[in-house]
Ligand binder design. Structure first.
Ligand code: WTA
Length: 658
């Protein structure tokens, strides 16, 4: 693990950031979160929110049981997530309210799904799952694009108490099968194809390749999206539409299963510092309380809000802030299937205008893409409905923050930079828009009751202004409940560096006002376009290619994607490499993991720089990748290697094959 926290991001620009944005008085006056929100203690706060925000079949009797490193929340309680997200809104007379405005990528492909319709869709889907043998406790895999049936499938699983894992639709067959095998999924829900920048992407074909390596999967339920041709295995594959006609959509035909607070809700796999992704465990009541509470206060959601989170549901942001948080709060959301530049670069803004979106939540990398395209696309549309903007997934550079506020928010809207992780389940460090004075580039303050601290290597709290490791001292309801089938790895990754504190894996600095500045990962995890990718995962994909002898991977900063992946590769038999070979390796990594993990640069080198004990000198490679002057090379087994790498890295730059 790197100990050089300050290399994670250019700390100097952040030090110079002096701009301050206090909340507009009108916003502050009407805000869901008022200053006294910070006054309540941990258990009182969350017990109050859990009872106010969720409907319980049976009230809980214990708020928190904390036996580090495992927390249990709301013990004794019984509830159902689909009931909270859907049924109760209908029962309380809000059946006609829109739950989702959905837009397919092909224009004019639109749907308005009310809560009443969503309830029927979920019941029908759940009945089909039951007909295919899914019961309470049956693990289900989901591999889909951004179509309405994706949240419906997730909710249907929760209705019958089947834990699920959603795998992002851009992941490869190997990535998918790895997850299906780890969770021992018995059924996979997928779709024929999806739309992406005007092209059809076959999800079923990838799912087929994955299922060939996933023996526990006995059946596939396939939603028809494009109507394109797909291969079919009669005794395994089922068209959703064939079964849907045969089951009821009456809620009474499929009652919501009463789940225990701590029953498994879902696993979501995320990159760690080994080649094998970790199945992060989230359970029922604490998770739903955490996401609905944060969604309410941080996004200042009102009953008539039209809220848009631009993430993919395949990532945690989509789970927490497209599906469970907003639906639990009865919020109207907007889901869009495709890319932001189809048919033109103003697609996002046309969506904001059409539905009069008042809250927009997206990643800094998306903002930087829009910056690059220019403000004229946003200017074509009336964005005056926007009241609040949010960001997530990576540190935001002040320039992007200001651009977002000015060109999207019309210079009026607060911008909430929200820090959290797959593991934390919900937002942890964030402004509250009616309370917090904003600083571009800072996630500002811990959410009420969240107790972070910045420590040095020895576990001492570092003084204001100094970088260190972020840790969290007290438990919180939506925290992970472990790594699936990997207790030791859970302890080792999160709980061994500091005693009884959650080790985050990010560097941070707290300024003299108590505001947090996140400094990026301190482990071997890269952040590319707000997606976590492990260096070691990419390295194993590379060395898995028959011509590769050795590979080392690191991130370099990239103006658009945050970080970009650089791979240093030694080929077998002294092969010097070629642009064609680089292309082949990129494809190979794309097939092994997914396109998001394809290296932006591949540097062929006769040898990798190593210490005398044979460890690859990653810090040196990072220096090369960042075009920085090289550090001390005396511990290198062969100092000449570094010059060679340096020379080749310079040659490579500018001829990126993309
Ligand atoms: C990074 C995404 C700075 C961080 C919700 C974290 C951020 C990782 C921010 C988690 C932010 C997320 N400022 N860095 N506002 N939000 N990160 O699990 O490095 O996909 O550890 O969850 O993203 O990524 P994950």
């Amino acid at each position: 693990m790197s100990t050089d926290v300050t290399t994670a991001q250019n700390i100097d620009t952040l030090f110079l950031e002096q701009r301050r944005y206090p909340p507009p008085p009108e916003f502050a006056a009407q805000a869901n979160a008022q200053p006294d929100i910070y006054d309540t203690d941990l258990e009182t706060f969350w017990a109050r929110e859990a009872r106010a925000r969720l409907s319980w079949f049976k009230d809980f009797d214990t708020v928190l049981e904390w036996k580090p490193p495992y927390a249990k929340w709301f013990l004794g309680g019984k509830l159902n997530i689909a009931y909270n997200c859907v049924d109760r809104h209908v029962e309380q007379g809000r059946g006609d309210k829109v739950a989702y405005f959905w837009e397919g990528e092909p224009e004019d492909d639109r749907k308005e799904i009310t809560f009443a319709q969503l309830q029927r869709d979920v019941v029908r889907f759940a009945n089909v799952l039951k007909a295919l043998g899914v019961k309470k406790g049956t693990p289900v895999g989901i591999y889909m694009g951004m179509i309405p049936e994706l949240p419906v499938a997730m909710l249907a699983c929760t209705r019958i108490g089947a834990p699920f894992t959603v795998v992002f639709g851009g992941f490869s067959a190997d990535s998918l099968s790895g997850r299906l095998n780890d969770m021992e999924c018995e059924l996979l829900i997928t779709q024929d194809e999806g739309w992406r920048r005007g092209n059809r992407v076959s999800l079923k074909a990838t799912a087929d390749a994955a299922m060939a390596q996933a023996p526990t999967v006995k059946s596939a339920l396939v939603v028809r999206r494009t109507g394109g041709n797909v291969a079919w295995e009669d005794n395994r594959d089922h068209w959703y539409h064939n079964h849907a006609g045969e089951v009821s959509d009456d809620p009474a035909s499929c009652p919501c299963e009463a789940m225990d607070s701590e029953d498994l809700l879902y696993l979501l796999y995320t990159s760690g510092t080994t080649a094998k992704p970790k199945g992060i465990v989230h359970t029922t009541a604490g998770y739903l309380t955490g996401v609905s509470t944060t969604h309410h206060y941080i996004f200042d959601v009102k009953p008539d809000s039209v809220y848009r989170c631009a993430a993919d549901i395949g990532w945690v942001t989509g789970h927490s802030y497209i599906v469970f948080g907003p639906l639990c709060n009865g919020t109207t959301g907007v889901i869009y299937e495709g890319t932001p530049d189809f048919p033109d670069k103003d697609r996002w803004w046309s969506i904001i205008e059409r539905y009069k979106v008042d809250i927009l939540y997206c990643a800094p990398t998306a903002i930087r893409t829009h910056m690059k395209w220019g403000p004229e696309y946003a200017e074509r549309h009336d964005l005056s409905s926007l009241r609040l903007l949010g960001t997530v997934g990576e540190p935001i550079n002040p320039e992007a923050w200001i651009w977002y506020r000015d060109h999207v928010g019309g210079g009026r809207t607060p911008v909430v930079d929200t820090w959290w992780q797959t593991e934390t389940g919900a937002i942890m460090i964030t402004p509250l828009p009616g309370i917090t004075t904003l600083k571009p580039g800072s996630a500002t303050k811990p959410f009420p009751t969240i107790d972070p601290v910045v420590l040095d290597e020895q576990g001492n709290e570092v003084p204001a202004g100094q970088g260190g490791y972020l840790a969290i001292r007290k438990p919180w309801p939506s925290m992970l409940r472990g790594i699936h089938k990997a207790h030791d790895r859970y302890v080792e990754t999160y709980w061994s560096k500091y005693k009884d504190m959650y080790f985050v894996g990010d560097g941070a600095r707290v300024d003299e006002d108590g505001d947090y500045w996140l400094l990026g990962r301190v482990d071997d995890v890269m952040n590319v376009s707000a997606h976590r990718i492990s260096t070691i995962e990419v390295e194993s994909a590379l060395v898995d290619h028959p011509k590769v002898a050795e590979a080392a991977v690191c991130g370099r900063s990239d103006p658009q994607t945050g970080q970009a992946i650089v791979a240093f590769v030694t080929l077998k038999g002294g092969d010097p490499g070629s642009p064609a070979m680089a292309r082949e390796l990129r494809d190979h990594v794309g097939k092994r993991i997914g396109k998001i993990a394809s290296p932006a640069n591949i540097v062929f080198t006769p040898e990798l720089p190593k210490t005398r004990s044979g460890k690859i000198m990653r810090r040196l490679l990072r220096d090369v990748a960042e075009n920085r002057p090289l550090g001390d090379t005396t511990t290198l087994a062969d100092a000449a290697v570094v010059d060679e790498i340096s020379r080749r890295a310079k040659e490579d730059s500018g001829k990126d094959e993309g």
